[in-house]
Design a protein. Structure first.
Length: 382
C-alpha cells in the first residue's frame, strides 16, 4: 500500500484544516464590522470615479488587519461590477516585494504590462507605471487601490521612495498596513505631507471575541463532538494574553487537533492545547532568531548573559558586553539603539524608561521577553 494512501486513510478529528489557516478569508469577520465600514466609507468614492484618500491601519499581529483589507477589496470588486468605473485593487505583501522597484514591477505586471523584475533603471520602471494612468490607456480612466501589507519592513529596508512614487501618481490610493504605530518615522516630511492618510486603529480581540471567532471556524474544521468543552475557551484565554492575537488562537486550535491525531485520540483535549502552546512558542522564537543578522544575534546573546547574571540591563552596559562577545567585529553604539528597537518590535525584548532622580537623567532598562532556556537553544543552535 502506498504510504500516502495509508496516512490519508487514517482517522482524524478534522473535517477540513483550511478554515483554521489565518490566510483563509471567511464570509464574515466577527467583531471587525466597524473597521470594515471605516475603510468602505473612504473607498466608496472610487465608485463615483473619485480617487479615495490614502488609509493607514495599525494593530498588533493577529488583530484582523489583513483579513479586513482583503474583505473590503472583495466587497468593492463586487460593488464595482455594476458601475461604469475601472477600479483595480492590488494586494502587495512587503515581505515578498521588498524594494520600490520590485513593487512597481509587480503592479505593472498585475495591470498587464510585461516588465522585468531587474535590469531596468528606476526611472524606466516608474515611467512605465505612470504611463498606464494616462487618459484612454485603458479605454477609460483607471483608479488603482494598492494595499501595502507590512509596509514598515519595506520602509526600513528601502526607504520611502515607493510612497513618494505612488502618492505622486494620478488616480492611485494607498492602504498601508503596519503592526507598529511608529512606522512613520521611516517617512520623510515631504512624503508624509503628500500621504495625508486617514488612520484606523485595530484593537486587540478580547477573550470572548476570540471564542466567537474560534467557534465559527471550528464548526467548519472539526468533526462534530471532536472538541472538549474547555478547548476553545482555553485557546481564547491564552491568545488574549498574547495581546488578543486571533492568528495565535487559530494556530493553537489547529496544532491541538494535530496533536490529537498523533495520539490517535478522537477528542481534542485541553492538555493538547497546552502542549500546542509550548510547541508554537518554541518554533516562533527559533524562526525569528534564525533570520536575524549575526550582529543582532550577538546583542541578544549579550542580553541573555546579563539576564542570567540578574544584572540591570542599560544600553551602556549592554554595549559593553556586546563588544566583548563580538571580539572586535562590532557596530557603533548608535546602531545598537536601532537593534534594540527592532528586537522590541519582534517581541523578544521590552524597554522601559526610568528616572534616576534629579540631575541624573533618564535611563532605558531592557528586559528579555522569552524564556532564557529557549533563547539559549535558539542562539547556540544557529
Amino acid at each position: 500500500m502506498n504510504i500516502f494512501d495509508e496516512i490519508g486513510d487514517k482517522e482524524s478529528v478534522f473535517k477540513d484544516k483550511k478554515y483554521l489557516d489565518h490566510r483563509f478569508l471567511p464570509d464574515r469577520l466577527p467583531h471587525r464590522e466597524e473597521q470594515i465600514r471605516s475603510i468602505a466609507k473612504y473607498w466608496v468614492e472610487a465608485l463615483n470615479g473619485v480617487t479615495p484618500p490614502d488609509i493607514t491601519i495599525y494593530g498588533k499581529t493577529g488583530t484582523g488587519k489583513t483579513a479586513v483589507a482583503k474583505f473590503a477589496m472583495k466587497q468593492l470588486k463586487e460593488a464595482s461590477r455594476d458601475c461604469d468605473v475601472n477600479i483595480r485593487t492590488e494586494y502587495i505583501r512587503c515581505t515578498d516585494y521588498t524594494t520600490e522597484y520590485q513593487v512597481i514591477a509587480r503592479l505593472c505586471q498585475q495591470l498587464g504590462r510585461d516588465v522585468p523584475y531587474r535590469g531596468w533603471t528606476k526611472a524606466e520602471i516608474v515611467n512605465t507605471f505612470r504611463n498606464m494612468f494616462k487618459k484612454n490607456a485603458f479605454g477609460q480612466d483607471m483608479i488603482l487601490l494598492v494595499v501595502l501589507d507590512e509596509i514598515d519592513i519595506l520602509l526600513r529596508n528601502d526607504g520611502d521612495g515607493l510612497l513618494y512614487t505612488l502618492t505622486r501618481t494620478d488616480n492611485v490610493s494607498i492602504l498601508s498596513i503596519s503592526n507598529y504605530v511608529e512606522f512613520k518615522k521611516f517617512i520623510k516630511p515631504r512624503v508624509r505631507s503628500s500621504l495625508r492618510d486617514r488612520e484606523i486603529v485595530f484593537p486587540p480581540y478580547g477573550a470572548q471575541q476570540l471564542v466567537d471567532i474560534l467557534e465559527e471556524r471550528s464548526k467548519l474544521s472539526f468533526k462534530e463532538g471532536a472538541l472538549d468543552d474547555d478547548v476553545i475557551p482555553l485557546c481564547a484565554a491564552l491568545a488574549a494574553k498574547e495581546e488578543g492575537d486571533a492568528r495565535y488562537a487559530l494556530d493553537l486550535l489547529r496544532t491541538a487537533g494535530e496533536i490529537a491525531d498523533e495520539r490517535d485520540s478522537d477528542i481534542v483535549k485541553g492538555e493538547f492545547v497546552r502542549e500546542a502552546k509550548d510547541y508554537i512558542e518554541h518554533n516562533k522564537i527559533t524562526d525569528i532568531i534564525l533570520t536575524l543578522p549575526s550582529q543582532q544575534q550577538r546583542v541578544l546573546e549579550a542580553i541573555l548573559y546579563l539576564t542570567k547574571r540578574k544584572e540591570e540591563i542599560t544600553s551602556g552596559r549592554l554595549y559593553e558586553v556586546y563588544k566583548e562577545i563580538s571580539k572586535g567585529d562590532s557596530v557603533s553604539y548608535r546602531r545598537i539603539f536601532d537593534f534594540i528597537n527592532e528586537l522590541e518590535m519582534l517581541g523578544l525584548i521590552s524597554t522601559n524608561t526610568v528616572s534616576r532622580g534629579r540631575g541624573k537623567g533618564r535611563t532605558n532598562i531592557i528586559d528579555l521577553q522569552c524564556e532564557t532556556s529557549l533563547l539559549e537553544d535558539s542562539l547556540w543552535g544557529v
